[in-house]
Design a protein around this ligand. Structure first.
Ligand SMILES: Nc1ncnc2c1ncn2[C@@H]1O[C@H](COP(=O)(O)OP(=O)(O)OP(=O)(O)O)[C@@H](O)[C@H]1O
Ligand SMILES: [Mg+2]
Length: 250
């Protein structure tokens, strides 16, 4: 089982849009996928119109805390894709994390309890550097960071890289990609070139600025459902394919 966190400490950069579309493509590729909506705003739960899960026999294997998490699992409209919606899971995780003396590996311990049921757990993270974020960094095999190619986003990514270095998290986990790219803007082009030079692990595929991503809120679905042939949809599929390759080596 692999854990993929869509994370940035910057708000509104496309973490949720990416978590939703990547979860969709992962499930469609046959990965038994769980999307964990850690953001109390609950946007990814909203996009997936979560509904109650059919009863699963989880057995008596889990300790109490795993049981609490698992009670929140809901089925999505798509095969292979379950969701733990926002408010409940977030509240519970926070309680768990608070209970145990600032240990950073608590989330990993909890998620490990799911390793028989899922091949991939995707975390849609809130924009924060907190105890929760540190648990996310410790748990994730890959911390996928959407970066809008602007000066401020570049600065935020530099800060995150320094944080990883100073706190001794493996920087190999940090995988950035460009999103909301407007190829007509010189700043976007220049920032992308300079960041790719400085960070060799940038994914090659990028997500363009596109109204089809914004329409996810209207249709409450991944882009493939309502804009199959469109560029943004192809871009997310290509991004997922690249992520899948990197994940295999992680
Ligand atoms: N590639 C894109 N093109 C155009 N709009 C986009 C794109 N990606 C995301 N958006 C829009 O930008 C807004 C923020 O996106 P999203 O919610 O995915 O960001 P986020 O990082 O999860 O935000 P938050 O920090 O609040 O959780 C949304 O309105 C979304 O529709
Ligand atoms: Mg979000």
């Amino acid at each position: 089982m692999k854990i993929l966190a869509c994370y940035s400490m910057k708000g509104g950069v496309g973490k949720t849009a990416s978590a939703v579309n990547i979860a969709y493509w992962a499930a469609k590729s046959g990965y038994r996928t769980l999307l964990l909506d850690l953001d109390p705003q609950g946007a990814s739960s909203f996009y997936f119109r979560v509904k109650p899960a059919p009863k699963k026999d989880w057995g008596g294997r889990f300790f109490k805390v795993y049981g609490e998490i698992l009670k929140q699992v809901k089925a999505s409209d798509f095969a292979n894709l379950d969701i733990i919606p926002a408010h409940l899971s977030f509240r519970n995780f926070d309680i768990f994390l608070g209970q145990i003396n600032k240990r950073k590996n608590r989330m990993l311990q909890v998620l490990k309890g799911l390793k028989k049921e899922y091949d991939l757990i995707i975390l849609d993270c809130p924009p924060t550097i907190s105890q929760l974020a540190e648990n996310i960094f410790a748990a994730a095999n890959m911390v996928l960071v959407p970066v809008i190619p602007t000066t401020l986003s570049e600065r935020t990514f530099d800060q995150l890289t320094s944080f990883f270095k100073n706190e001794d998290y493996s920087r190999r986990k940090l995988i950035p990609f460009f999103t909301m790219v407007d190829g007509r803007k010189q700043l976007h082009q220049q920032t992308a070139i300079s960041m790719r030079k400085r960070y060799k692990r940038f994914l090659r595929n990028a997500i363009p600025y596109s109204s089809d991503v914004e329409k996810m809120g209207k249709y409450r679905a991944p882009i493939d459902i309502f804009a199959r042939g469109k560029q943004a949809n192809k871009a997310y599929l290509a991004l997922w394919t690249e992520i899948e390759r990197v994940l295999k080596d992680s």
